[in-house]
Design a protein around this ligand. Structure first.
Ligand code: HEM
Length: 126
């Protein structure tokens, strides 16, 4: 039985840092997503994302960034764009050979935090 944390299984902080670097290359290369990041301090954002992902995977680093709801407030992030960001994260994790169990749990976390990141849906006419 494998009792080590996901964090240890995937190779710890160096692998997470690499995943996050490649994640933002994909996100900034996506014309739908790039505009959200105009003027953002990317080294700082990457640092927070690395620590967040480490702690989600069971690593020792405590997350000290802003609450996710607060960090994304007022950006008008759509559900579609949120899902695209999630797909980019999945793609880089898969490229790093991360196992299905970890992908499933990351998917669960993405499902849980979605409502705090996505802007209130506009009134629909249907
Ligand atoms: C998929 C789940 C997501 C996670 C886990 C996540 C995580 C984070 C984290 C940890 C930060 C830094 C918080 C801080 O400043 O302390 C952040 C900031 C940011 N996120 Fe996300 N994010 C997600 C989705 C998105 C999406 C979908 C977009 C846009 C399409 C987005 C755009 C941004 C931007 C622009 C910032 C910088 C805000 C600023 O510094 O003013 N994020 N995110």
């Amino acid at each position: 039985m494998n009792t080590s944390s996901y964090y240890d299984q995937i190779g710890g902080a160096p692998v997470v840092r690499d995943v996050v670097d490649r994640f933002y290359v994909r996100v900034l290369g996506d014309d739908d997503l790039k505009p959200y990041f105009a003027g953002v301090d990317m080294p700082r954002l990457k640092r927070h994302m690395v620590v967040l992902l480490c702690s989600v995977l069971g690593g020792p680093e405590p997350y000290e960034g802003r609450d996710l709801g607060e960090a994304h407030a007022g950006m008008g992030i759509t559900s579609e764009h949120y899902d695209k960001v999630g797909e980019h994260l999945f793609a880089v994790l898969q490229e790093s050979g991360v196992g299905e169990d970890i992908l499933r749990d990351v998917g669960l976390v993405l499902g849980k935090v979605k409502s705090s990141i996505v802007a209130e849906p506009a009134e629909t006419a249907d």
